[in-house]
Design a protein around this ligand. Structure first.
Ligand code: FAD
Length: 467
């Protein structure tokens, strides 16, 4: 029987990063993945393929809507070739997952393809295509991730009533895509198909989209997406989703309890994700799950069984790839006797629509609820030369700082390239910078990053220069 210092179940960004860090720290490491390719949700059916389609559809939209204004004439009609778009996306996925094979190889990590299940707290049975095998490990990390969740009355047929996984490989552009759930995944994929020519209606239970983010971001994104002709049915409680041939009929109650019927040809159910522990046989090791099916862990990501840890989407906290990665690194370092720490307040959240939405730290709603005295500085993207040059004028940067100490407490932004810009906010907050600190740093001109400096100036003493 093969013996290891550490065995990791699941090869998503949590699992494979944990494996690399364990190997770097000198541990004999195994990783078990039930699918043929490594990389988990993120690389196969999540972050990477969705961004590939967002990028392709963005190019198409630019060609149709903006090339002429830029002085680029295309003879003939610009057309979508969805088959090629999906094939390119798959090419990006294949390249990226192969990169993980390379990293496993380079770090001398043993990879097992098969479903891993606990026999007891130190033994994992692996059901592979060609038979079963048991391995032994002193420490085990559960990194089994999550799966799309649904509503109890919705039958996902994977053809017309679909999850994000199917939405990444449709064979035609929907005529009318109904998106249930105005969160990150629904908005990103909704925008992909809107750009490709579908009508898109978002049905959301709450009174605003991206409900976890600062209210100002929800408001601005709604405004911009409405301009892009996405329809929103907010405060709508979906009651039924029915398929009739190629038609999908969604019924919902609006906030006055009036029934609303929406008809489309595809319905994307994006109401969140649930932790995934099916087939893991966690009971055999005595590992406890919480009431929401997540693996219960303490602040060191250790389960109730002392040699077993859990990370990523299968434990509490934001379901984000970079959160899973930080946790993978943290557990590996704990196992090596180090004392790592994650500041969960500084894990940024991003929506890759265009304009992109990104945030770190506290929202204005949270600061109010916590009774913190704060000040706010905001700067519109449209006041930037760089934004006008590229015709990306929607959005703003908002910085929230402590009223008395000027320490930055939250950075919220919507606009071009905000997914990358938010790192400035994370860095500033990691080093406990004040708004004035940011405002006194030189920001290259012309860049979108100048909006961060200007928002910091606005927060410092209402000193923004270009408004
Ligand atoms: P996963 O990536 O889910 O990996 C778990 C792995 O464990 C899977 O490969 C699974 O097959 C395997 N597994 C499960 N059980 C077993 C078993 N018993 N034996 C063997 N293997 C097993 N996050 C971002 O940060 N940025 C984004 O832009 C982003 N976009 C997304 C877009 C979409 C459409 C979706 C669906 C998600 C997106 N996410 C994004 C979320 C991100 O994908 C997850 O947060 C991340 O993948 C979680 O990593 P993980 O390692 O915890 O689990």
């Amino acid at each position: 029987m093969n013996q290891y210092d550490v065995a990791i179940i699941g090869s998503g960004p949590g699992g494979y990063v944990a494996a690399i860090r364990c190997a770097q720290l000198g541990m004999k490491t195994a990783i078990i993945e039930k699918y043929a390719t490594l990389g988990g949700t993120c690389l196969n059916v999540g972050c990477i393929p969705s961004k590939a389609l967002l990028d392709s559809s963005h190019h198409y939209e630019d060609a149709v809507k903006h090339f002429e204004e830029h002085g680029i004439d295309i003879p003939g009609e610009v057309k979508v070739n969805l088959e090629q778009m999906i094939a390119r996306k798959q090419g990006v996925v294949d390249q990226t997952t192969k990169g993980i094979d390379f990293l496993m190889n380079k770090n001398k990590i043993d990879v097992y393809h098969g479903v891993g299940s606990f026999k007891d707290a130190t033994h994992i049975n692996i059901v592979k295509e060609d038979g079963e095998e048991t391995i032994e490990a002193k420490k085990i990390i559960i990194a089994t991730g999550s799966k799309p969740s649904s509503l109890p009355f919705i039958e996902i047929d994977k053809e017309r009533v679909i999850t994000s996984t199917e939405a990444l490989k449709l064979k035609e552009v929907p005529k009318h895509l109904i998106v249930i759930g105005g969160g990150v995944i629904g908005l990103e994929l909704g925008q992909v198909y809107k750009r490709l020519g579908a009508d898109v209606t978002v049905v959301e239970y709450m009174d605003r989209i991206i409900p976890g983010m600062d209210g100002a971001l929800s408001k601005e994104l709604t405004k911009v997406m409405k301009k892009q002709k996405v329809k929103f049915n907010l405060s709508h409680k979906v009651k039924s989703v029915e398929r009739k041939g190629d038609e999908v009929i969604v019924k919902a109650d609006d906030k006055k309890d009036k029934e609303v019927t929406i008809k489309g040809d595809y319905c994307l159910v994006s109401v969140g994700r649930k932790p995934y522990t099916d087939g893991l046989n966690a009971e055999a090791a005595g590992v406890k799950l919480d009431e929401r099916g997540r693996v219960e862990v303490n602040e060191h990501l250790q389960t109730n069984v002392s040699n077993i840890y859990a990370i990523g989407d299968v434990v509490k906290g934001a379901m984000l790839a970079h959160k899973a990665e930080e946790e993978g690194t943290m557990v590996a370092e704990i196992l090596a006797g180090q004392k790592p720490h994650i500041d969960y307040n500084l894990i940024p959240g991003v929506v890759y629509t265009w304009p992109e939405v990104a945030a770190v730290g506290k929202t204005e709603e949270q600061l109010k609820e916590e009774g913190v005295e704060y000040k706010s500085g905001q700067f519109p993207m449209r006041a930037l030369g760089r934004a006008r040059a590229s015709m990306d004028i929607d959005g703003f940067v908002k910085i929230l700082a402590d009223k008395n100490t000027d320490e930055v407490l939250g950075v919220h932004m919507i606009g071009a390239r905000c997914a990358d810009l938010i790192t400035e906010g994370v860095t500033a907050m990691e080093f406990r910078a004040s708004a004035e600190d940011i405002s006194r740093m030189s920001h290259a001109h012309p860049t979108f990053a100048e909006a961060v400096k200007e928002a910091a100036l606005a927060a410092t003493d209402d000193r923004a220069l270009h408004v």
